[in-house]
Every structure is written in C-alpha cells, then in structure tokens.
Design a binder for this molecule. Structure first.
Ligand code: SF4
Length: 305
C-alpha cells in the first residue's frame, strides 16, 4: 500500500515540478520519501535553492512560512493546514510590541520557531544551533529580548553570560522529558552518551553530556567513535540517526517526546496536497520583507558553512 502511495507521489511530484522537504521530526516514511530532510532552516535554504516551482513542506506552519519568506516566487504547500507549532503560538506580534515598549533600548532576537508577524517585529532571527553565536555578536551595552522559548533562552544565558529578557514560552514536546526519564535510561545504558536539545528543561540539560540542536546531533554522532546514544528530543530524529549510523544504538530518553503536529502529515495528505495544490502558505509582502531582514541579519552574522 505504502509503495503505491510512494509511486503516486513520485508521479504527481514530477507532473507538478515539485520538491518534497521533510523535517527531522517527521514520521519515518515521510523522511524516506522526501527529497531533502533537515532542520527548519536547512530546509528553508533548500527551498530557496531548488529549481522546483512547488515546495511541499512536511513540517509545521512556521517552517513553511519561513520557506515562503525566503522564496516568495515559489508555491509553498503545507499538506495539513492544522500542523502548527504551540511554541511559536505562545507569543503574538502584539505581545512582542508590548514587550518592546517596556524595554525600548532592547534588541529582539527571535527563535525561528515563531510566526512571520513575530519575526517581522524582531531584529534578529536565530536557530537552536546558532542562538549563542547570534547573541554573542550583539553589542554588550544593549539589553536583549529573547523569544519565545525560555529553555533555549536559559541555555543562551548560561553560554554567553548575557542577561536576556525571556518570554515564558516552551515546547510541549520537549518539556515532557523528565530527569527521571534520563536517570532510568542511563541506569540501563550507563555507557551511552546523553544528547539533549536546548528546548529541554534545565534539570534535563544538566544531566546531558551534550546539548545540541538536531543538526548538531546528526553531525556529532557521525564524527563520534561512541556507539550508544540516549536521545532527548522529538523521537522522529532517531529514524535519521539510525539510517545514517546503522551500527550505532539509539535510545529515546522518553517515548512520550512525540510532537503531534509533526505527525499530522501523512502520505495521503501529501497526495491531496499535490493534486489540489493545498494548503498554500503565503506571507503578506510588508510582513515578509521585515521578517526577511531578521533572517538575513542572522545569515550575515553566520554565513552558511
Ligand atoms: S517539537 Fe516543539 S517546537 Fe518543534 S514543532 Fe513540535 S511543538 Fe513546535
């Protein structure tokens, strides 16, 4: 059945001159089907580089929006219009305007997990991989508002020594991972390295050997001689880790670390998306231009390697 669906998607993709991009947290079969897998920013860059006219973005709303911000001439489709990100929804543009009003001298750094409107109100964008470098590059005499993820924010405070103004946002999928989960798996796999995403809570990060973004986890494992890892992030990444490192063992820190929004994308929905050209993700031009500035500033600080 899955093979038939795969074939149908390949056929439609060809007819439409489309490319399929999938986030590392997508279900395994969708990662297998995709032309490119990666983190949100890698995928948006792929979207900008591709010669395909249609981009089927297997991820969540803010990721598809970021692709639309960087590639306005392409059609960006999100196969499930309800695939949102609760973390991105935890701050609105209006709430950010109020925060800026209360801190008129502050620069705003927003995590890429935010809406286009929030990016448009921000000075700089960042990812979990480069948040420390972005903050380190800013003038020492300026206060910094960091939104929306408080846990990533605390990680940046610890690494930079800067006193950030945080917003109480969090990723519901990462905060379900507890210290008890880590202790339990560590007891069983005492020789494994614990990798935790910066969106995890502080006690969990304290127990980790490495605090890494998804892209950094993939790289770290590839270059490590260790053959056993405990993975404290959304479990979808274990599919890619196993594929890239078949001889290595990966243990999920918690089987509950599943993002329900990421799992909304299915093969059937990708077919409907390509057949009916749905659901188009667009960003109004005025917002797009401002949001792009925040993304461009991040790239200027940290050019693509
Ligand atoms: S894992 Fe967390 S941050 Fe990522 S899309 Fe899901 S809710 Fe948003």
């Amino acid at each position: 059945m899955a093979t038939q669906l795969f074939q149908k998607i390949q056929q439609l993709k060809h007819q439409r001159n489309a490319v399929i991009l999938a986030h590392n947290y997508q279900p395994g079969e969708i990662q297998d089907l995709a032309d490119f897998c990666g983190d949100s920013l890698e995928l948006s860059r792929k979207a900008a580089q591709t010669s395909a006219e249609i981009i089927v973005f297997c991820g969540v709303q803010f990721m598809a929006e970021t692709a639309a911000i960087l590639s306005p001439e392409k059609t960006v489709l999100l196969p499930d219009k309800f695939a949102g990100c609760p973390l991105a929804d935890m701050i609105t543009a209006e709430q950010l305007r109020q925060l800026k009003h209360q801190n008129p001298d502050a620069l705003v750094v927003c995590y890429v997990n935010s809406s286009a409107e929030v990016k448009a109100e921000s000075d700089y964008c960042c990812t979990s991989a480069n948040a420390v470098e972005v903050v380190n590059s800013l003038p020492a005499n300026r206060p910094i508002i960091f939104i929306p993820d408080q846990h990533l924010g605390r990680f940046v405070i610890e690494r930079t020594g800067r006193n950030l103004i945080l917003w109480p946002g969090y990723c519901p999928t990462h905060v379900v991972i507890t210290i008890e989960d880590i202790k339990k798996v560590k007891e069983k796999y005492h020789d494994a390295i614990v990798m935790a995403h910066p969106e995890c809570t502080e006690p969990v990060k304290e127990l980790a050997d490495q605090i890494l973004s998804t892209g950094q986890m993939l790289k770290f494992v590839r270059t490590s001689s260790v053959k056993k890892f405990i993975v404290a992030t959304e479990i979808g990444i274990i599919h890619t880790l196993k594929k890239q490192n078949p001889q290595t063992e990966f243990i999920a820190a918690s089987d509950r670390a599943i993002c329900p929004n990421m799992k909304k994308i299915t093969l059937d929905k990708i077919i409907s998306s390509l057949e009916d050209m749905q659901y188009k993700v667009t960003v109004p031009e005025e917002i797009r231009m401002k949001a792009k500035k925040a993304l461009d500033r991040m790239v200027e600080i940290l050019p693509e390697k």
